[in-house]
Design a protein around this ligand. Sequence first.
Ligand code: ATP
Ligand code: MG
Length: 501
Amino acid sequence: MDEYIVEMKGITKRFPGVLALNNVQLNLRPGLVHSLMGENGAGKSTLMKILAGVYTLDEGQILINGKPVKMSNPLDGLANGISMIHQELMFIPELTAAENIYLGRELRTKAGLVSKKLMIAETQKVFDRWNISIDPSAQMKNLSVAQAQMVEIAKAIAFKSKIIIMDEPTSAITEREVARLHEMIRDLRSAGTAIIYITHKMDEVFAISDEVTVFRDGAWVATDKASNMSRDKLISLMVGRELNQLFPKADAAIGEVILDVEGLTRGRLVKNVSFNVRRGEILGIAGLMGSGRSEVLETLFGIYPAESGTIKVNGKVVKIREPHQAIEAGIGLLTEDRKKTGIMGVLSVRDNMSMAAINRFSFMGVLRKPMIDRECEEQRTALALKTPSLDQQIQNLSGGNQQKVLLSRWLLTDPDILIIDEPTRGIDVGAKSEIHRLMGELAKQGKAIIMVSSEMPEILGMSDRVMVMCEGQMVGEVSRKEATQEKIMELATRFADEAVA
Ligand SMILES: Nc1ncnc2c1ncn2[C@@H]1O[C@H](COP(=O)(O)OP(=O)(O)OP(=O)(O)O)[C@@H](O)[C@H]1O
Ligand SMILES: [Mg+2]
């Protein structure tokens, strides 16, 4: 059957305490985009890491062009024409874009010396061909997430991979960049490349895929043409039950102002920002990538102290120059980049969950372990967290489950004001509605929630009020009633055309 470029048969993979994949299959055809769908922890990334040679399989077989292959490391994957763009981007920050692309197979001069010049020239060719406007000699650490992702894609192209795996490639890029990426995917597809696309964004699945495979709890559930699938059918295959309400915004009584920010200023992206939030309110902050949304939150939380401005909590001026001062003032912040500022990879799920509330969990300098266990267990149940135990290192959890642990971390501090940057990035539909329900419930308890989101349906569905940022300034505010996508986009692009990677 060599209509398939890849056949994965009877694949089983175990981790300590977890059956990550149980006898699953996947067949890929050249020149098609195949989406993998499934809830957090379903096994999508694991299966792809096996195909790319990052993990070895416990049982099963992989055929490429009808021939069985053995893969025990990523170089085997590359040698078989397989490239993977990982969910958590992996690159060496100090290297240039060109060096990153040729890492492990550096281009050399005739005399055998590694040649940066050659690599830069070749990279430039690939970038030109694909209309990527990035300087090949720029260091990776100076690139935006979207740019770094483009470089990773260029890497796959430069390798002339016949099979390219993209694991949540659009979780951190703007709509316009998504459109760009999809153009590239269509080009690659016409050239006969098989693309595997993993995302939790339903619209993208329908926009880009030819075929879809659904996994649930490590098991294969279905494979079909995308045109035979509907949104509802996909969701019920993924979660194994009906799910109707995506944005169940509960009505909460809106009370007095709890947080009042005036003239907050720091650098280029936080310019004289003023706003307030009331008890029971969910305030959405919208804006394009790079408009300063996250920077406002980081300044408010003291990650970077403000140059000027005042912050009042419950009418009293508070000094926030460091995060612990924010926590003491009753503020919690769930950051957007869980790898950089969120998770402590080698620590356990329990430690990651409880660390921000450690004051509440200690009594006269002694940790109250049973209390920690009890409350962490409650969180685990409430958020349907998938982990064999609270002792598991958080780095071994699936991407979406790591996000849930971080949310729990802040819920455990019982903050009056909860700031959430991209609350459901990388989170599956089931858990997403669960997190939205939870946000509604917190608001109902009288907490104030500030949410930054790049997903318009989330902004429109969840916010009582939306503030819009553009180039570091608050450019406008719309009420829940008046808020439309058009209105928000108009404000968000007030000063300039969108900055494109
Ligand atoms: N290195 C590892 N060690 C232990 N367990 C792991 C490891 N990698 C994955 N797992 C477990 O295997 C299961 C499948 O995880 P995987 O990352 O494949 O899920 P996923 O479908 O990609 O989810 P998400 O949508 O959240 O990214 C999860 O229960 C996860 O905790
Ligand atoms: Mg994953």
